[in-house]
Design a protein around this ligand. Structure first.
Ligand SMILES: [Zn+2]
Length: 343
């Protein structure tokens, strides 16, 4: 089977990544200062999580520690693998196993018939008279506010399809960071994501904490995750999100895609409450923000069905992370990003 990597969308993302890499070099000093601030903020948040009742650490809980450490690890060659061991052990394995029990219900046979049609919406590069640009099957105004709602740990069709249904009613598109070993169980959902202009990112093959692995195992988790997605959608994912958000210098050195974290954590995995998930976002998001949710919970779909109309009403365009990158100046491989604010 031919795996197409060079669609227009992937091409433009790659171009943005190259440009981003050049900018990053120039702005390295400034970026470090910013990251340090974020790291400190995050470090403050982790205390609250750590003191909370026992439960699975989400990507959100774990990232705070990871972000803080990674930012301090910017020095050449410093490997924080040992420190990373402090990080919460449990991850969202509970959530993962719960969902995996339900996995496989879609039960679709493998087939790749829609590879041709699936790239069409992303291949459009049309520009409307008013400056809006065709992307993912609808027009985006690069001058107006945009945010990315992201959903980890799927695919999981009973929730993912609700999210996509809702997004599409409002011309929004979601980003799903999926776990590679779940992809075959939800092939129809994966193909829908791709053909409808949503984004499938790589959340590793088996949700292992990469900061605890050596270089070869890190590469294997990422590469097999990329391949699992490409085998179903026909396109290798542009972006990576780290399980638990945990990283160190070895992790970043062995990932050749931009690494996308988040700056708005809903903690939906902990509350499983649509009111609280909604409240974590409304009135708090700003232009360029990346919101973390999880694809495993109906309460998250409930929250999405409130968030999408409300955010649209407030003037936010709901875009994929690759669209944020495209319209906000690019991203470099092996680099952590939390948000893409306007320049
Ligand atoms: Zn995760």
């Amino acid at each position: 089977m031919a795996v197409r990597k060079n669609t227009a969308a992937a091409g433009s993302t790659a171009e943005m990544i190259r440009r981003g890499a050049e900018k990053m070099k120039k702005k390295a000093g400034k970026g470090l200062a910013l990251c340090l601030c974020l790291g400190l903020l995050s470090a403050g948040e982790i205390t609250a999580y750590a003191d909370g009742p026992a439960g699975p650490a989400s990507d959100g809980a774990a990232v705070s520690a990871g972000a803080a450490r990674e930012d301090l690890a910017e020095g050449p060659g410093k490997d924080l693998a040992a420190e990373a061991g402090e990080q919460t052990e449990t991850g969202n394995q509970e959530a993962g196993s719960e969902a995996s029990q339900q996995a496989g219900t879609e039960g679709q046979p493998a087939e790749t018939a829609n590879q041709e049609s699936s790239t069409e919406s992303q291949a459009s590069e049309e520009k409307a008279d008013d400056g809006r640009i065709m992307s993912g099957g609808r027009l985006i105004d690069p001058a107006k506010p945009m945010i990315a709602l992201t959903y980890d740990d799927g695919p999981y069709a009973p929730v993912g399809n609700r999210i996509m249904d809702c997004m599409e009613r409002y011309n929004g598109r979601a980003t799903f960071f999926v776990v590679g070993n779940r992809v075959n169980s939800y092939q129809d959902e994966m193909r829908r994501m791709h053909s409808s202009g949503h984004e499938a990112g790589n959340h590793s093959y088996s949700h292992k904490y990469l900061q605890k692995l050596g270089a070869a195992d890190i590469r294997k988790e990422i590469e097999t995750g990329n391949q699992a997605i490409a085998a179903v959608t026909g396109v290798s994912p542009a972006l990576v999100r780290l399980p638990g958000g945990g990283s160190n210098a070895t992790v970043l050195a062995n990932i050749h895609q931009p690494v996308i974290l988040w700056n708005v954590d809903t903690r939906d995995w902990a509350t499983r409450n649509a009111d609280q998930t909604t409240a974590a976002v409304l009135g708090k998001v700003k232009d360029g923000d990346i919101v973390l949710m999880h694809e495993l919970y109906q309460s998250t779909a409930d929250a999405t069905e409130r968030l999408v109309p409300a955010l649209s009403e407030q003037g936010f365009q709901l875009v994929t992370v690759s669209e944020l990158i495209r319209f906000r100046g690019g991203a470099a491989p092996g680099t952590l990003y939390y948000k893409f604010p306007p320049k």
